[in-house]
Design a protein around this ligand. Structure first.
Ligand SMILES: [Zn+2]
Length: 167
C-alpha cells in the first residue's frame, strides 16, 4: 500500500516536471483525447476580426466563439509586440487554429499535448483550457513561436522565449 502511494506520487512528479505544452486537466492527462486531424481540418472555421486567422472549434469546447476569436487576436498582438514581429500575422495565417477541449494524444511529450503545430496539415491544435495553465488557449503563443522559427523544435531555447510565450 505504502509503495502504491509512493509510486503514484512519483508519477505525479513526473507529470508536473515534464516541460512545455503537455500538462492538461488531470482526468485528461490520464486519458488524453485521440484526435483525427482530417476531421479537425473539416471543422467549420470562423475568421478572427483583426488578423484574419481561421479558427475552428471542436463541438465540445465550452467557450463562446466570439470570446475565443477575440482572445486569439489579443494573444497575437501581445506575441508580435513581444517578439517585434511586423507581418500582421501573415506567417501564422497559413495555419488553421483548431481548438480542442483539453489534453490530447500526440507524438511528443510522452504522448500528451496541449498544443501542436503540423505544417503538413496546416494546423495549429490547442487545448481550450489546460491544467495548471492560466487563461484560455494557454499554449497558442508557444505554437506560434514554433511557426515563426523562434522556438526550436527541441525546446532548447524555451527558457529565453518563455517571457513572451508564457509556456
Ligand atoms: Zn513546443
Amino acid at each position: 500500500m505504502r509503495f502504491g502511494i509512493r509510486a503514484l506520487f512519483l508519477l505525479l512528479i513526473t507529470f508536473s516536471a515534464a516541460s512545455c505544452a503537455n500538462i492538461g486537466r488531470f482526468g485528461q492527462i490520464m486519458n488524453p483525447e485521440e484526435l483525427d486531424k482530417d476531421q479537425l481540418k473539416k471543422l467549420p472555421a470562423e475568421t478572427t476580426p483583426e488578423y484574419g486567422f481561421r479558427v475552428g472549434l471542436e463541438i465540445k469546447v465550452p467557450g463562446h466563439e466570439d470570446e475565443i476569436l477575440e482572445n486569439v487576436d489579443h494573444q497575437f498582438t501581445e506575441f508580435s509586440e513581444c517578439f517585434n514581429i511586423t507581418d500582421r500575422g501573415e506567417e501564422a495565417r497559413r495555419y488553421t487554429i483548431a481548438v480542442v477541449n483539453g489534453t490530447f494524444r500526440c507524438e511528443y511529450h510522452h504522448g500528451r499535448c496541449n498544443g501542436e503545430y503540423d505544417s503538413d496539415y496546416g494546423l495549429i491544435i490547442v487545448s481550450y483550457k489546460a491544467f495548471n495553465r492560466r487563461g484560455i488557449l494557454p499554449v497558442l503563443k508557444h505554437e506560434w513561436a514554433h511557426v515563426y522559427g523562434i522556438l526550436r523544435g527541441d525546446h532548447k531555447n524555451l527558457k529565453e522565449v518563455r517571457e513572451c510565450t508564457g509556456y
